[in-house]
Design a binder for this molecule. Structure first.
Ligand code: NI
Length: 390
């Protein structure tokens, strides 16, 4: 049977799995049911090795090709976790868990990679080893890093790693991929300021943390306007400013929280240095005590050149010219697949989800029409990277 028919034939089963996962969303590392479904299906389909419990609740499957001469090991990754959002759809397969929802389509990512595993285990028409990675806690828990710290790359001998995310607004059947930095590093800061509270009618007897905090908010805007090269990108957003509660009291303390998004290591370091210096200088000027907690979050998602060209050519070969846009700009969102791309060369592509609500929206829905497209992409990637000879 030709590949397109094989993949079309497994689409109903994969769609049913996707909808089952959608009904039962789980958060962060607490993806026990989802990981159980994944491990059970991989085993049922004859995947050679199925290992659970990597990075707490991650699952890895190993599929050997018919040929074993190339010595190549190519890995593909899907994320399994949902979001703390209350679903607002009337879908028959909507979330059964109040306050939890697959609003980022990770149910679809998991299903598509399962479909590819089933196809590859059935056909094995490649020379080398395919590794399927199902990770927990993409949404803020660094599940990719937890799996790496558990020996993911070395234990399975992974040489290259590939990832995929669905993209609302991009038509089904279309892809995009960008060489180099494609998503931002996401760091965050938490500043606690301590002044001297007192009566609001006697400002000369207090050290007002609200005035100091306000100066800080304004001064940090100069990182993008006066420190960054105007052709580079940096976002510094103060997203929380907490201080005081009465009309006639100047509070003792103030707190600021915020996020920093950057696309190059140089800009990332510059932003951190400038925030550190601005906070220190201004707090000295206003006679404030302070603590600055600067947390480095997900790194820059950096697509390697050769692997990006490779996936571009496999998409064009499978789906036709014009089906992959390589001119998309980077986004300031972040993605923990970045940790895997720091370990091994690879590429992260976007796959069209059609005209759906946006990611993380309560009306978002993964588009099941994308399932055969995603399965075909993964299957082609393996068969093209590790062609079976003869
Ligand atoms: Ni996502």
């Amino acid at each position: 049977m030709p590949k397109s028919e094989l993949i079309a034939a497994l689409a109903p089963e994969i769609t049913a799995i996707r909808r089952d996962l959608h009904r039962h969303p789980e958060l962060m590392y607490d993806v026990h049911r989802t990981a159980g479904v994944v491990a059970q299906k991989l085993t049922e389909w004859g995947v050679d090795e199925v290992v659970a419990g990597i990075g707490k609740t991650g699952v890895v499957g190993v599929i050997k090709g018919r040929g074993q001469g190339s010595g190549k090991v190519i890995a593909m990754r899907a994320d399994m976790d949902a979001l703390p959002i209350h679903e607002e759809t009337n879908l028959e397969h909507r979330s059964t868990v109040p306050g939890k929802m697959h609003a980022c389509g990770h149910d679809g990512h998991t299903a598509m990679l399962l479909g590819a595993a089933k196809y590859l285990a059935e056909t094995r028409d490649f020379d080398g080893t395919a590794v399927v990675i199902f990770q927990p806690a993409e949404e803020g828990g660094a599940g990719a890093k937890a799996m790496i710290d558990d020996g993911l790359m070395t234990r399975f001998g992974i040489q290259e790693v590939y990832g995929m995310h669905n993209k609302p607004g991009l038509p089904v059947g279309q892809f995009d991929v960008r060489k180099g930095p494609t998503m931002a590093a996401a760091d965050r800061f938490h500043i606690k300021i301590e002044g001297l509270g007192g009566h609001a009618a006697a400002p000369h007897r207090v050290k007002d943390p609200i005035v100091a905090a306000s100066q800080l908010v304004t001064a940090m805007q100069t990182i993008s306007s006066r420190n960054a090269n105007p052709l580079d990108s940096v976002v510094v957003s103060v997203t929380a400013l907490l201080a005081g509660e009465a009309f006639n009291v100047i509070p003792q303390t103030a707190e600021l929280k915020g996020t920093v998004r950057t696309l190059t290591p140089e800009m990332r370091a510059l932003a951190q240095q400038r925030i550190t210096d601005i906070v220190d200088g201004l707090m000295k000027a206003f006679e404030m005590e302070y603590t600055l907690d600067y947390h480095l979050g997900y790194p820059i998602t950096f697509n390697h050149a050769a692997q990006t060209e490779f996936v571009t050519s496999t998409i064009e070969a499978a789906f036709g010219e014009g089906k992959v846009d390589t001119s998309v700009p980077p986004t300031m969102g972040s993605e923990d697949f970045s940790y895997m791309l720091e370990e091994r060369p690879g590429a992260f592509v976007n796959i069209g989800n059609g005209d759906s609500a946006g990611l993380h929206h309560p009306a978002y829905e993964f588009n099941d029409e994308a399932i055969p497209v995603g399965v075909t992409y993964w299957a082609n990637l393996v068969e093209t990277a590790m062609p079976q000879r003869g």
